[in-house]
Design a protein around this ligand. Structure first.
Ligand SMILES: Nc1ncnc2c1ncn2[C@@H]1O[C@H](COP(=O)(O)OP(=O)(O)OP(=O)(O)O)[C@@H](O)[C@H]1O
Ligand SMILES: [Mg+2]
Length: 255
Protein backbone atom coordinates (compact mmCIF):
# COMPACT_ATOMS: atom_id res chain seq x y z
CA UNK A 1 0.00 0.00 0.00
CA UNK A 2 1.24 3.53 -0.82
CA UNK A 3 -0.10 6.36 1.36
CA UNK A 4 0.55 10.01 0.66
CA UNK A 5 -0.34 12.12 3.69
CA UNK A 6 -0.74 15.91 3.62
CA UNK A 7 2.18 16.34 1.24
CA UNK A 8 3.17 19.94 0.53
CA UNK A 9 6.07 21.42 -1.39
CA UNK A 10 7.11 25.04 -1.57
CA UNK A 11 9.85 26.41 -3.77
CA UNK A 12 11.63 29.62 -2.82
CA UNK A 13 13.52 31.77 -5.25
CA UNK A 14 15.08 35.23 -5.36
CA UNK A 15 16.11 37.39 -2.41
CA UNK A 16 14.85 40.47 -0.60
CA UNK A 17 12.25 42.32 -2.65
CA UNK A 18 12.48 39.69 -5.37
CA UNK A 19 11.85 36.76 -3.00
CA UNK A 20 9.13 34.51 -4.32
CA UNK A 21 7.45 31.40 -2.94
CA UNK A 22 5.62 28.91 -5.14
CA UNK A 23 3.32 26.47 -3.39
CA UNK A 24 3.64 23.70 -5.94
CA UNK A 25 1.79 21.03 -3.94
CA UNK A 26 -0.72 21.77 -1.18
CA UNK A 27 -1.69 19.26 1.47
CA UNK A 28 -2.04 16.35 -0.93
CA UNK A 29 -3.31 13.00 0.36
CA UNK A 30 -4.14 9.85 -1.56
CA UNK A 31 -3.61 6.10 -1.38
CA UNK A 32 -2.97 3.30 -3.87
CA UNK A 33 -3.18 -0.39 -3.30
CA UNK A 34 -1.29 -3.20 -5.03
CA UNK A 35 -2.67 -3.94 -8.48
CA UNK A 36 -3.97 -0.42 -8.96
CA UNK A 37 -3.07 2.15 -11.64
CA UNK A 38 -3.55 5.68 -10.32
CA UNK A 39 -3.55 8.57 -12.79
CA UNK A 40 -2.49 12.03 -11.67
CA UNK A 41 -4.03 14.53 -14.06
CA UNK A 42 -3.65 18.27 -14.17
CA UNK A 43 -2.72 21.18 -16.41
CA UNK A 44 0.83 22.45 -16.89
CA UNK A 45 2.24 23.64 -13.58
CA UNK A 46 -0.38 21.81 -11.48
CA UNK A 47 2.25 20.08 -9.34
CA UNK A 48 2.26 16.56 -10.84
CA UNK A 49 6.02 16.29 -11.42
CA UNK A 50 6.74 17.90 -8.04
CA UNK A 51 4.51 15.31 -6.33
CA UNK A 52 6.14 12.44 -8.20
CA UNK A 53 9.64 13.80 -7.48
CA UNK A 54 8.79 13.92 -3.75
CA UNK A 55 7.60 10.30 -3.97
CA UNK A 56 10.77 9.30 -5.80
CA UNK A 57 12.86 10.84 -2.95
CA UNK A 58 14.57 13.22 -5.41
CA UNK A 59 13.25 16.20 -3.46
CA UNK A 60 12.09 16.52 0.13
CA UNK A 61 8.53 17.59 0.88
CA UNK A 62 8.19 20.87 2.82
CA UNK A 63 5.68 19.07 5.02
CA UNK A 64 3.73 15.84 5.02
CA UNK A 65 4.97 12.38 4.31
CA UNK A 66 4.47 9.29 2.13
CA UNK A 67 4.53 5.65 3.14
CA UNK A 68 5.11 2.36 1.36
CA UNK A 69 3.97 -0.22 3.88
CA UNK A 70 5.93 0.64 7.06
CA UNK A 71 8.59 2.75 5.33
CA UNK A 72 8.27 6.50 4.91
CA UNK A 73 10.04 8.92 2.66
CA UNK A 74 11.45 11.11 5.46
CA UNK A 75 12.83 8.48 7.83
CA UNK A 76 13.59 5.55 5.54
CA UNK A 77 14.66 7.27 2.31
CA UNK A 78 16.95 4.52 1.09
CA UNK A 79 14.50 1.69 1.76
CA UNK A 80 11.64 3.76 0.29
CA UNK A 81 13.74 4.47 -2.82
CA UNK A 82 14.61 0.79 -3.30
CA UNK A 83 10.90 0.01 -3.58
CA UNK A 84 10.31 2.56 -6.32
CA UNK A 85 10.94 2.70 -10.05
CA UNK A 86 10.83 6.31 -11.23
CA UNK A 87 10.63 7.45 -14.83
CA UNK A 88 10.95 11.10 -15.72
CA UNK A 89 11.69 13.02 -18.87
CA UNK A 90 14.73 14.46 -17.06
CA UNK A 91 16.46 11.07 -17.14
CA UNK A 92 19.72 11.50 -19.04
CA UNK A 93 21.13 8.36 -20.62
CA UNK A 94 24.75 8.28 -21.66
CA UNK A 95 24.54 8.11 -25.45
CA UNK A 96 27.85 6.31 -25.83
CA UNK A 97 26.60 3.13 -24.15
CA UNK A 98 24.02 0.53 -25.19
CA UNK A 99 20.73 -0.30 -23.41
CA UNK A 100 22.22 -3.67 -22.46
CA UNK A 101 25.26 -2.04 -20.87
CA UNK A 102 23.16 0.56 -19.02
CA UNK A 103 20.92 -2.16 -17.62
CA UNK A 104 23.97 -3.99 -16.24
CA UNK A 105 25.24 -0.74 -14.74
CA UNK A 106 21.93 0.16 -13.05
CA UNK A 107 21.42 -3.45 -11.93
CA UNK A 108 24.77 -3.39 -10.13
CA UNK A 109 23.96 0.05 -8.71
CA UNK A 110 20.89 -1.61 -7.21
CA UNK A 111 23.15 -4.30 -5.72
CA UNK A 112 21.70 -7.05 -7.92
CA UNK A 113 23.62 -10.26 -8.66
CA UNK A 114 24.75 -10.69 -12.31
CA UNK A 115 22.50 -13.75 -12.76
CA UNK A 116 19.52 -11.78 -11.46
CA UNK A 117 20.33 -8.89 -13.84
CA UNK A 118 20.48 -11.32 -16.79
CA UNK A 119 17.05 -12.78 -15.96
CA UNK A 120 15.49 -9.39 -15.46
CA UNK A 121 16.99 -7.99 -18.70
CA UNK A 122 15.69 -10.94 -20.68
CA UNK A 123 12.15 -10.39 -19.39
CA UNK A 124 12.14 -6.60 -19.80
CA UNK A 125 13.73 -6.65 -23.27
CA UNK A 126 11.11 -9.13 -24.50
CA UNK A 127 8.12 -7.51 -22.75
CA UNK A 128 9.07 -4.06 -24.04
CA UNK A 129 9.98 -5.37 -27.51
CA UNK A 130 13.54 -4.06 -27.32
CA UNK A 131 15.58 -7.04 -28.50
CA UNK A 132 16.44 -5.50 -31.90
CA UNK A 133 18.35 -2.56 -30.43
CA UNK A 134 19.79 -3.55 -27.06
CA UNK A 135 23.39 -3.53 -28.36
CA UNK A 136 23.16 -0.27 -30.32
CA UNK A 137 24.57 2.98 -28.92
CA UNK A 138 21.84 4.99 -27.18
CA UNK A 139 22.85 8.03 -29.31
CA UNK A 140 21.78 6.06 -32.38
CA UNK A 141 18.31 5.17 -31.07
CA UNK A 142 15.01 6.85 -31.93
CA UNK A 143 13.25 8.75 -29.13
CA UNK A 144 10.76 5.88 -28.67
CA UNK A 145 13.62 3.40 -28.33
CA UNK A 146 15.30 5.70 -25.81
CA UNK A 147 12.06 5.95 -23.86
CA UNK A 148 11.71 2.16 -23.74
CA UNK A 149 15.32 1.99 -22.55
CA UNK A 150 14.53 4.50 -19.77
CA UNK A 151 11.45 2.45 -18.81
CA UNK A 152 13.50 -0.76 -18.65
CA UNK A 153 16.27 0.89 -16.59
CA UNK A 154 13.79 2.33 -14.10
CA UNK A 155 12.39 -1.15 -13.53
CA UNK A 156 15.58 -3.23 -13.48
CA UNK A 157 15.19 -3.90 -9.73
CA UNK A 158 11.56 -5.05 -10.06
CA UNK A 159 10.16 -2.32 -7.77
CA UNK A 160 6.81 -2.67 -5.95
CA UNK A 161 5.81 0.88 -6.86
CA UNK A 162 6.15 2.22 -10.39
CA UNK A 163 6.06 6.02 -10.68
CA UNK A 164 6.03 7.28 -14.24
CA UNK A 165 5.86 10.97 -15.14
CA UNK A 166 4.25 11.28 -18.57
CA UNK A 167 5.54 7.91 -19.80
CA UNK A 168 3.97 8.13 -23.27
CA UNK A 169 4.94 11.72 -24.03
CA UNK A 170 6.25 11.95 -27.59
CA UNK A 171 5.73 8.27 -28.38
CA UNK A 172 3.92 6.98 -31.48
CA UNK A 173 0.79 4.94 -30.83
CA UNK A 174 2.55 1.60 -31.30
CA UNK A 175 5.36 2.39 -28.83
CA UNK A 176 2.89 4.07 -26.51
CA UNK A 177 0.74 0.94 -26.52
CA UNK A 178 3.68 -1.32 -25.75
CA UNK A 179 4.53 0.88 -22.73
CA UNK A 180 0.91 1.06 -21.50
CA UNK A 181 0.30 -2.68 -22.05
CA UNK A 182 3.42 -3.30 -20.05
CA UNK A 183 2.17 -1.08 -17.20
CA UNK A 184 -1.14 -2.97 -17.17
CA UNK A 185 0.73 -6.28 -16.97
CA UNK A 186 2.81 -4.95 -14.06
CA UNK A 187 -0.34 -3.84 -12.20
CA UNK A 188 -1.94 -7.24 -12.88
CA UNK A 189 1.05 -8.85 -11.23
CA UNK A 190 0.35 -6.83 -8.07
CA UNK A 191 2.49 -3.71 -8.50
CA UNK A 192 1.27 -0.21 -7.69
CA UNK A 193 1.46 2.11 -10.71
CA UNK A 194 1.20 5.90 -10.43
CA UNK A 195 1.48 7.96 -13.56
CA UNK A 196 0.90 11.48 -14.72
CA UNK A 197 -0.39 12.13 -18.19
CA UNK A 198 -1.97 14.82 -20.34
CA UNK A 199 -3.54 12.20 -22.55
CA UNK A 200 -7.15 11.67 -21.43
CA UNK A 201 -7.72 8.75 -23.82
CA UNK A 202 -4.77 6.87 -22.35
CA UNK A 203 -5.82 7.85 -18.82
CA UNK A 204 -9.38 6.58 -19.31
CA UNK A 205 -8.18 3.29 -20.77
CA UNK A 206 -5.38 2.67 -18.35
CA UNK A 207 -6.16 4.02 -14.90
CA UNK A 208 -8.34 2.45 -12.22
CA UNK A 209 -8.57 5.72 -10.28
CA UNK A 210 -7.69 9.34 -10.90
CA UNK A 211 -6.71 12.43 -8.99
CA UNK A 212 -7.25 15.81 -10.65
CA UNK A 213 -4.64 18.26 -9.43
CA UNK A 214 -5.10 22.00 -10.03
CA UNK A 215 -2.69 24.61 -8.63
CA UNK A 216 -1.25 22.01 -6.27
CA UNK A 217 -4.61 20.93 -4.83
CA UNK A 218 -6.43 17.66 -5.34
CA UNK A 219 -9.79 18.83 -6.67
CA UNK A 220 -11.32 15.46 -7.45
CA UNK A 221 -10.51 11.82 -6.91
CA UNK A 222 -12.15 8.54 -7.78
CA UNK A 223 -12.87 5.96 -10.45
CA UNK A 224 -13.96 7.09 -13.91
CA UNK A 225 -17.60 6.19 -13.25
CA UNK A 226 -17.50 7.72 -9.76
CA UNK A 227 -16.07 11.00 -11.04
CA UNK A 228 -18.52 11.20 -13.94
CA UNK A 229 -21.55 10.30 -11.81
CA UNK A 230 -20.78 13.09 -9.37
CA UNK A 231 -20.46 15.67 -12.18
CA UNK A 232 -22.58 17.31 -14.89
CA UNK A 233 -20.45 15.69 -17.57
CA UNK A 234 -20.23 12.33 -19.30
CA UNK A 235 -16.49 12.00 -19.92
CA UNK A 236 -13.24 12.62 -18.09
CA UNK A 237 -12.03 15.34 -20.44
CA UNK A 238 -15.06 17.55 -19.77
CA UNK A 239 -14.80 16.98 -16.01
CA UNK A 240 -11.13 17.95 -16.28
CA UNK A 241 -11.98 21.15 -18.20
CA UNK A 242 -14.66 22.04 -15.67
CA UNK A 243 -11.94 22.24 -13.02
CA UNK A 244 -9.24 24.02 -14.98
CA UNK A 245 -11.51 26.36 -16.96
CA UNK A 246 -14.69 26.61 -14.87
CA UNK A 247 -16.14 29.41 -17.02
CA UNK A 248 -15.30 27.79 -20.33
CA UNK A 249 -17.71 26.30 -22.80
CA UNK A 250 -16.99 22.61 -22.92
CA UNK A 251 -19.13 19.53 -23.29
CA UNK A 252 -22.47 18.82 -24.99
CA UNK A 253 -25.41 20.91 -23.77
CA UNK A 254 -23.35 23.09 -21.51
CA UNK A 255 -21.79 24.89 -24.48
N1 LIG B 1 12.75 23.51 -8.89
C1 LIG B 1 11.77 24.40 -8.89
N2 LIG B 1 11.96 25.66 -8.42
C2 LIG B 1 10.98 26.57 -8.39
N3 LIG B 1 9.71 26.30 -8.82
C3 LIG B 1 9.45 25.08 -9.29
C4 LIG B 1 10.47 24.07 -9.36
N4 LIG B 1 9.91 22.94 -9.88
C5 LIG B 1 8.62 23.24 -10.11
N5 LIG B 1 8.34 24.52 -9.77
C6 LIG B 1 7.04 25.19 -9.87
O1 LIG B 1 6.08 24.38 -9.21
C7 LIG B 1 4.85 24.38 -9.92
C8 LIG B 1 4.47 22.96 -10.28
O2 LIG B 1 5.38 22.48 -11.27
P1 LIG B 1 5.36 20.96 -11.76
O3 LIG B 1 6.55 20.77 -12.63
O4 LIG B 1 5.19 20.08 -10.60
O5 LIG B 1 4.00 20.93 -12.62
P2 LIG B 1 3.42 19.79 -13.56
O6 LIG B 1 2.01 19.53 -13.10
O7 LIG B 1 4.33 18.63 -13.62
O8 LIG B 1 3.34 20.53 -14.96
P3 LIG B 1 3.58 19.97 -16.46
O9 LIG B 1 2.27 19.38 -16.89
O10 LIG B 1 3.91 21.22 -17.22
O11 LIG B 1 4.70 18.98 -16.44
C9 LIG B 1 5.05 25.29 -11.11
O12 LIG B 1 4.58 26.58 -10.75
C10 LIG B 1 6.56 25.32 -11.30
O13 LIG B 1 7.00 26.53 -11.87
MG1 LIG C 1 5.40 17.73 -15.14
Amino acid sequence: MLRVENLSKEFHSGRGKNAKTVQAVKNLSFQCKPGEIYGLLGPNGAGKTTTLRCLSTLIKPTSGNAWIDQFNVLDHGQMFRSKIGFLTSDMKLDGYFSPDYMMNWFGRLNKMQDSEIEQRKEKLFVDLKMTDFIHKKIDELSSGMKQKTAVAISLIHDPDVIIFDEPTNGLDIVTSKSVTDFLVSRAESGKIVILSTHNMTIAEKLCDRFGILVEGELKEEGTLSGIIQGSDWDNLEDVFFSYIMPDSTVGGEHV
